[in-house]
Design a protein around this ligand. Sequence first.
Ligand SMILES: *Cc1c(COP(=O)(O)O)cnc(C)c1O
Ligand code: SF4
Length: 331
Amino acid sequence: MLAARPALWQQRLAEAVSSVSELLELLGLDAHAVGASALAARDFPLRVPRGFVARMRSGEPRDPLLLQVLAVAAETASPAGYVADPLAEADSSPVPGVLHKFDHRVLMVVTGACAVHCRYCFRRHFPYAEHQRTGAGWRAALDYIRADRSITEVILSGGDPLSVVDDKLSTLAFALAEIAHLRRLRLHTRLPIVLPERVDDRLLAWLTGTRLRPVVVVHVNHAREIDAPVRAAIERLYEQQVPVLNQSVLLAGVNDHADRLVALSEALFEAGILPYYLHLLDPVAGAAHFAVPVARARALVAAAAARLPGYLLPRLVREVPGAPAKVAIGP
Ligand SMILES: *Cc1c(COP(=O)(O)O)cnc(C)c1O
Ligand code: SF4
């Protein structure tokens, strides 16, 4: 058999910007003025698809899209309380590649790879090598899920599950569909936003091709992340009756204004996406400069609530290690 030709998204992924100097050159920015740091990029490499860079404003050092991906010197500061595994996830993994923290749903870490490296990511220090499983390596996860009849939903996560090729994801999805007590297959992915070419026929074929009800949770933090190709990608999911929800992280300098939160919800809805969660930043080492204090977070959400219909207001939540669900801290 001939090897399958790489899909367009794979080519675009391979062409992603991976150097601080190239990113700054593309945007006409000076490394000193933006606090860029090669040291921070050595710890957690810079990575951003070119289509996402195209949505940034040239010459704007505080661009809210740029701030999410640029490696900066502030990351190398390590204030007390900011740690490598803020959610103590190492304690909730019954078998490699599975996180089972909440009843009725498990999260499967299908890969450590992402199309974009978000500087505030709580998984930036995650020991992926210990969890990374494909093919035969998924067997332990499948066995675990098969053995626990209380599980009704599997969340494919990572890293970003959609950075894995469709052949493998298709095999996994059909194997999961054979587990009778499962009802839903959820994806937690940023690919439809940062690399909308990812939503292609091959993806839709397996996502909608099993008996499991699919649901996709994307990750957008600022209205300007949604452009015409993103809207087209979401439209394709919408046409196939795949609900699309969004989770954001409340990030200083990116979306910590009521105006920006309102604009984000409006833009999401116009693209066919419903707001789901607004997460407080997890205290991960290297991300302290993105923190928004809880009192301010509550005030921002209260201000946004006064201007949005209830269904466009995301739930303000935080992760508390050991808690049975995400903890609401809403206004
Ligand atoms: C966030 C999360 C989930 C999903 O929680 P929902 O409230 O259902 O969205 C499941 N498992 C783990 C480990 C999680 O971190
Ligand atoms: S896409 Fe998600 S998992 Fe990947 S770096 Fe960004 S926040 Fe982290």
